[in-house]
Ligand binder design. Sequence first.
Ligand code: F6R
Length: 609
Amino acid sequence: MCGIAGYIGEKQALPFLINGLKKLEYRGYDSAGIAIYHEGRIEVRRQTGKIAELERSIAGQTIEGTQGIAHTRWATHGVPSNRNSHPHRDTDGHIAVVHNGIIENYLELRGELEDKGYTFTSETDTEVIPNLIADCFKGDLLAAVEEAKARLRGSYAAVCMSQDDPGRLIGIRQDSPLIIGYGDDGNYFASDIPALIGYVKSYTVLKNGETAVMTKEGVTIYVDGSAVEPEVEALTMDLDAAEKGGYEHFMLKEIIEQPRALKDCLSGRISYGKHVVDLGELKLNAAKMEKINKIVMVACGTAYHACYVGRYIYEKMLRIPVEVEIASEFRYRDPILDEKTLTIVVSQSGETADTLAALAEAKRKGSHILAITNVWESSIAREAHDVIYTRAGLEIAVASTKAYTTQVLAIYLLGLYMAELKGKMIRREIQTIINELYRLPDKVQKIFDDQLDTIKAMAEKIADHEDAFFIGRDLDYVVALEGALKLKEISYIHAEAYAAGELKHGTLALIVDQVPVISVCTQKILEEKMISNIKEAQTRDGQIFAIAFEGDPVISSVADHVCYLPKTNDLLAPILTVIPLQLIAYYASVKRGADVDKPRNLAKSVTVE
Ligand code: F6R
């Protein structure tokens, strides 16, 4: 997730570009840059760090021009550094591009362009775009962009300009947002509304596949080479509402963003119909994996629950023992591990002090450390031997949602990668799971489309209680753990998760007076056992809220309320089952009037032990 701003008009471009980026800083802040056209030349300035660093680096310089583009970056390909910052230019420096998204076939394109003599100065996927446009350029920037666009695979919102065809900015969009703003003194591009507030009174959201040609006089939108009438909306939102994408809270926005985040996490790592998982250049290769006889997964809170999914699936896929450890306990236990142990640390922020200390302890004992994190160059990313980035984008709400699902997805990808290295799963099995992983983002979207009212109604009932219990078996149990944490941290309802079979060993004593028992029931081979546990709770006057796959008549015959999810492979169920649990917590919190995004006593990043 990155931020884009662009302007062409009567005024100097620089003030809007800097202000626009500041409003988009929540989309990424590891580096920033601007490109401004003036008198036949494009001037570029780029700087690692926040927008303030960029501002400091250009203070006192005169950067004139009424046409420019700008970018704030959240790194996906290539570390945050000046040379990886946007805008990127072609080899001759005549074409400048800012880009948000991931170009999946960039290695193939880069190879092709290098063979033709183009040179690259960054590690990014973006740099292929200006070079590809340059390769197609015969005097008309629009024609070159259209030709280049046809070669790009992946997701993108990109804006470009050329000093050889000045007077226009060209924007393209596929699966990443790009907005056009219409002002009195010129026209604007931005990847989100906040950048445009105060500058424009109306806007158009560019659609997938469209190309926008912007001049200071106006904007023309093309689909397959033909101009189309834009849908123009009045801009009425205030800044706070705009930053939340029109949602009431960041948490809801981040929940709804999950299909996008999951797609980004998968992008370029798997291909439909193939059995290979590409996780970049991991040091964890076949020779290293051969020696691994134990996996330890360490984290805190929600990330710890993601590890729990890892334990269940790795043991099934790899037949290697897996231990899951709470980071704050791990380091003081003098844990037994050595160079034959693979330690996987999971952390959204990459800065959690307990997890960092656990990592150091495992490293000291000779274990190979693989980090799964959302933040480039975070302390945990830097300390680990290998890193897999989750690409969830910036998460602002304290309660983690999209970070969890992308952590779980990264854990699956790693599992498949290790299974292939170890020869533990046959290629057909890996391919079947990869094909289903491909479908998961759309299935998450289907939950939002079909089940939101059901989930909201469930949450409103649960919100009237002071206690709630979450039960499940196997992979449903590990998601129940996360459901209970979400509910307690933002609604302040006391919530506990139990392996369903464990309820009768004590906790059943608390199931009285319609207390909510949220039952996750997707694991087919355990369904009968699960039904017995539900019955035990219902007989004691528990109120049963079930989460099940669609087309499961048994559950609907026993539960009081059911939320149905699109069917997926049982192994992949956690990515779907957690969605209604996140939403239950969210709507229960809203109903109880709690501060959803900033729950009491909690912080987003816990950097003390
Ligand atoms: C709960 C939550 C926390 C974090 C935990 C670890 O919603 O967000 O439990 O998961 O503090 O944080 P990271 O993943 O940044 O290490």
